[in-house]
Design a protein around this ligand. Structure first.
Ligand code: ADP
Length: 274
């Protein structure tokens, strides 16, 4: 409707311009739709734990003469409160990384420290499932970037590997330097022997709130925002995140980041001099 009306008005200017205008309007509409969807999704995701908390608090009040029931309801309230906290934290993380501002507080960051932090974050969860975590190749490697953002990105990948794997499997984290003409990169690969991801889902898992199996994701405390955060962190660092996966066999997520080297190290005022 609107696009056609505009195109009719500017038709004498030539069909190319008309086409551009129509495309612009379509793109603007698409962005607006994505924004609306996002707000609707956030509202829905917030409503779920808040609704549960409200019901559970009523249940607690109604069960004041039954201490066991009170304890049970309180336990569930704690789970919902944690879920709410995670969701708000991830929304904050996402809004920080998805603006196009230049990278703040970038510095050389040791890969072995990032990996140790990510493994620590999942140690409890991996322990209860008897998942073995092994890291290798990280010594001496440093990436250039924002430590907090990088830790959040790698932490999300390792957390997913543990969450979407059955008991008694292995999660491996391997890092290596990859030589490239524009400056060397570091690749950090997180490999699991988990449920895997179909080709169809592979295209969508990096979208905000997209989950292959919403029930399973919620059960493990997932927000559906983790991979969107990883994608934005990679992009803002001039890197990329890619996935290889085979259904029922496992997945490998690879985070490629610029190496902290002389040519990119902003602390070095003479990058090209020996
Ligand atoms: P969530 O909070 O649901 O884990 P993510 O954005 O981190 O959200 O991941 C999106 C979806 O991608 C998950 O819900 C899950 O279906 C799928 N996924 C992510 N990592 C893995 C993995 N290592 N193995 C299998 N599926 C995965």
């Amino acid at each position: 409707g609107e696009a056609l009306a505009v195109s009719a008005r500017v038709a004498p200017l030539g069909s190319r311009l008309v086409l551009l205008l129509v495309e612009d309007l379509t793109e603007a509409r698409r962005i607006e739709a994505v924004r609306r969807d996002f707000v609707a999704n956030v509202s829905h995701e917030l409503k779920t734990p808040v609704g549960a908390l409200s019901l559970l608090s009523e249940a607690v009040m109604g069960a004041s003469d039954d201490p066991e029931a009170v304890e049970r309801f309180a336990g569930r309230m704690q789970i919902e409160a944690t879920r709410l906290t995670n969701l708000v934290q991830e929304l904050i993380d996402l809004s920080r990384v998805q603006n196009d501002d230049p990278l703040e507080d970038a510095e050389p960051v040791r890969v072995d420290e990032l990996v140790a932090e990510a493994v620590d974050r999942c140690r409890h969860q991996a322990g209860t499932k008897q998942i073995t975590m092994a890291a290798g190749g990280t010594a001496e490697l440093r990436v250039w970037g924002n430590r907090g953002q990088l830790a959040a990105a790698l932490g999300n990948l390792v957390e997913n590997a543990v969450n979407y794997s059955p008991a008694r499997t292995r999660v491996g984290i391997a890092a290596r330097r990859v030589t490239a003409p524009g400056g060397d990169n570091i690749e950090i690969a997180v490999t699991d022997q988990g449920i895997g991801i179909s080709d169809k889902d592979k295209e969508r898992i990096f979208e905000r709130f997209y989950r292959v199996d919403p029930a399973r994701s919620r059960q493990t405390g997932g927000t559906g925002l983790g991979l969107a955060i990883v994608k934005h962190v990679a992009a803002s660092h001039g890197g990329e995140v890619t996935v290889w996966s085979s259904e029922g066999q496992g997945s490998t997520f690879t985070l490629r980041l610029p190496e902290a080297g002389a040519s990119r190290d902003r602390a070095d005022p003479h990058p090209d001099l020996d």
